[in-house]
Ligand binder design. Sequence first.
Ligand SMILES: *Cc1c(COP(=O)(O)O)cnc(C)c1O
Length: 370
Amino acid sequence: MRLNIPLTGAPEVDAVREVIESGYLTQGAKTAAFEDAVRGYTAARHAAAVSSATTGLHLALVALGVQPGDEVVIPGFSFPATANAVIQQGATPVFVDIDEATFNLDPALLDAAVTDRTRAIMPVHAFGLCADMDAINAVAARHDLPVLEDAACALGGTYGGRHAGTLGTAGVYSFHPRKIITTAEGGMITTDDDELAKRIAVLRAHGAVRGELYMEFVEAGFNYRLSDVHAAIGLAQMTRIDDIVSGRRRAASELTSRVSGIEGVQVPTEPAGTAHTFQSYVVLLDDRIDRDEVIRRMRTRDIETTLGTYGMHLQPYFRERFGIPDEALPHTTRAHHQALTLPLYPQLTEDDMDAIADALRLSIEESTTR
Ligand SMILES: *Cc1c(COP(=O)(O)O)cnc(C)c1O
């Protein structure tokens, strides 16, 4: 059993064939239609498709004016692309510890992480659960800082009835096959800020502005476009998004009812006023349980599991460059070692979920020190 299987089929195949047969392959009408679909779904004012969430985060940071030497505050627990985007701009990621119940940035620690070099705050919606955006936006407003949401896993997630990715200054979704919808590779930046949207549009395509007959280059921009081949897949995926999100949420609640009774397992929470996408279904294991041994035992039972995500300060590049001690980020460190991702996707059957729960119970028994 795999961790995730994207929901794709004939509509996606037909959409790709149509683009290829049209002879117009890169960013064009399909990309515009895909952006419209995401804008309509999320109620964002602007949406710009990009080649990945990583390039989208980088592009958004540049457009927000983050410069070499600046600091960007991010949670310590995330896929390292979150920090890499900051580093690619020559800026320094400042890691803030998380709340172990939600795996999200602990807003009580945010204010102390802001310095006179901070240029942006970049919360992550861990596994599709929105971070505590009211508290984060309040700190950002006090320091007059923009908030860039890493909403890579959170398309379809909500907070106070509003969509993830529309809660700060700008947001970025990922369309990698492990995420909510897929374009194989791809991402999208959303914002309500007209000026920011204009900068993003120019920087996305070589810093060029179209003149009457040819382009004029007004910035040293990037090529972070999404092709129409990929956008066509995304457009087909958007017709399924309600089924995908509700299917993931239903599967998550059924899985929770099966694993919540297993000793030493903390199941995912959904704070009042939020809707989780369950891009990943992540449990936290007691310290007496050897998480890596659980992953190995689950593998022998033919069930793919993995760590939750990364304590970035524990990865070789970040360890060597920043040398952050484990005690500085205790909850991030613990989540890095004790969080476990279980398979979750709408196509899971009742039998699959029984098998996951049974295998987990046995694997934990075999991996616990008494
Ligand atoms: C997957 C992910 C990314 C990177 O997305 P890509 O589209 O693969 O570049 C960034 N941040 C988080 C939190 C992610 O989960």
